[in-house]
Design a protein around this ligand. Structure first.
Ligand SMILES: Nc1ncnc2c1ncn2[C@@H]1O[C@H](COP(=O)(O)OP(=O)(O)OP(=O)(O)O)[C@@H](O)[C@H]1O
Length: 228
């Protein structure tokens, strides 16, 4: 479902962030991406949703080589890949319902379809009662759940999470993991970059470790493997 073949990425300032990565993820997998700060995790993730283009190599999402697609086709790719970030990135002037509906309005979905889909994802993240609240009225964990709802409302095949628990206290981080686990059980492939040692060592999943832009470890039910 996702495959990288000999992928390299050098930034314009000549920093070599990814140095020859080969890997494959099957549909329905849940994969943690770990590694020291500056190892290339975010770059790796950005390559998958085409925020960055590789300097060399091929990246397949299903059978599309996304390194090759034209700029005007990128929005179509983004519908197949949901993304969540450490800092939530909600639109402050829109309420919860509107933040999520926005992703459907831009593709001109019908009003009643939008309503059904938004309420369905709010149900999954257990925030139906907060539909009219604004981001500033929510806790960090609630904001992240809205961001997750927004990321999955188009029913993407893949959900990418870059440090989704990075801004949250430990208890709230576990709640976010429950939500991600639920989404994974419904069939969505999940890639999650994280520094959260406790979570990786407790909720066992495949672990890919990146150091200096290379995969140095790929284990089926791995450990975090670093001191925090
Ligand atoms: N837009 C950019 N332009 C130039 N260099 C960059 C850019 N983004 C990242 N880098 C560099 O690429 C390398 C990898 O960075 P990246 O953000 O992928 O690491 P990371 O593993 O996600 O780090 P962290 O865990 O601290 O978030 C670093 O040396 C970083 O300084």
């Amino acid at each position: 479902m996702i495959e990288m073949k000999d992928v390299w990425k050098a930034y314009p300032n000549n920093v070599k962030a990814i140095n020859g990565i080969n890997f494959q993820v099957d549909k329905g997998e849940f994969v943690y991406i770990v590694g020291p700060s500056g190892a290339g995790k975010s770059t790796f993730i950005k390559l998958i949703y085409r925020e960055e283009k590789p300097s060399k190599g091929e990246i397949f999402v299903d059978n599309t080589n996304i390194a090759k697609i034209k700029e005007r086709h990128v929005p179509f790719l983004r519908r197949r890949i949901g993304v969540v970030f450490q800092d939530f990135r909600l639109l402050q002037q829109l309420n919860v319902y509107e933040n999520i509906a926005y992703a459907l309005e831009v593709i001109e979905e019908e009003r009643d379809v939008i309503k059904r889909k938004v309420m369905d994802v709010l149900d999954i993240v257990q925030l139906k009662n907060k539909a009219r609240a604004f981001p500033s009225e929510l806790s960090g964990g609630e904001q992240q759940r809205v961001a997750i709802a927004r990321a999955i409302v188009n029913q993407p095949e893949v959900l990418i999470a870059d440090e989704p628990t990075g801004n949250l206290d430990p208890e709230t981080a576990w709640e976010i993991m429950d939500v991600l686990d639920e989404i994974n059980h419904r069939g969505t492939t999940i890639l999650m970059a994280t520094h959260n040692k406790d979570i990786v060592n407790t909720i066992k999943k495949r672990v890919i470790a990146i150091e200096s832009g290379r995969i140095v470890r790929d284990e089926v039910r791995g450990n975090y493997g670093y001191e925090t």
